[in-house]
Design a protein around this ligand. Structure first.
Ligand code: DX5
Ligand code: ZN
Length: 224
């Protein structure tokens, strides 16, 4: 283990100052920016589209951008976000008519492909696509809103996913998203996560660096 990535979710940032907020968390030690895309259809909330991603790139952000599509359908947005500068594009398998095709589309555009599982969704959904994903995003809240409480069954799913990934041998990031805080990041890492999405835990504090440093200190015992 080791090589942990901290991915602040911009959902909790000040949208009027998105570029500055992105720059500030990166300066504070973040590795990846997580961009939550919600369509008022797959989830009840509505957030931002590819223009926001393109605007971050235009602003000068060069760090990886992890686009989390909570939309149905997904294919059109895959193409648009790839053109807008996304690094990872992750979608929910239930939201795509043809999961394999959508994964291929992401790779065709040169991006890394991710699948996201809702709290009730089983790892079995991935049985035939493990060789086609670069990231698995385990949801530890129901998608749609920031600031929710961590659902503990996600830890069990992380453990099972970690075992499969280790056996598989491919380089697949195991990300956890929802209710991640200084208090539970260690448990998520111990269960096998190596990428941590955190929105409110970071952006609701005045000092981003302090939160990110505390998170890294919590992970230290698990770092090689
Ligand atoms: C929820 C989003 C999350 C959310 C996490 O649908 O996918 O990325 O922003 O926010 P917190 O960390 O506040 O739970
Ligand atoms: Zn997310």
């Amino acid at each position: 283990m080791g090589n942990f990535l901290i991915a602040p979710s911009l959902l909790a940032a000040d949208f009027a100052r998105l570029g500055e907020e992105a720059e500030a968390v990166l300066k504070a030690g973040a590795d990846v920016l997580h961009l939550d895309v919600m369509d008022n259809h797959y989830v009840p909330n509505l957030t931002v589209g590819p223009m926001a991603c393109a605007a971050l790139r235009k602003y000068g952000i060069t760090a990886p951008i992890d686009v989390h599509l909570m939309t149905r359908p997904v294919d059109r947005l895959i193409t648009d976000f790839a053109k807008a500068g996304a690094t990872y594009i992750t979608f929910h398998p239930e939201a795509s008519e043809h999961v394999e095709h959508s994964l291929e589309l992401i790779h065709k555009h040169g991006c890394k492909a991710g699948l996201s599982l809702n709290p009730e969704s089983s790892l079995g959904l991935l049985e035939y696509v493990w060789d086609k994903i670069d990231l698995l995003l385990i949801m530890s809240v129901n998608p749609g809103f920031g600031g929710q409480q961590f659902i503990p069954s996600a830890l069990d799913k992380l453990k099972k996913a970690r075992a499969i990934i280790n056996e598989n041998g491919r380089d697949i990031r195991l990300s956890i998203d929802g209710g991640i805080k200084v208090d539970n990041i260690y448990d998520a890492a111990l269960a096998g996560a190596d990428m941590f999405v955190a929105g409110s835990a970071i952006f609701n504090q005045p000092n981003y660096a302090e939160v990110i440093t505390t998170m890294r200190n919590k992970l230290k015992p698990l770092t090689e």
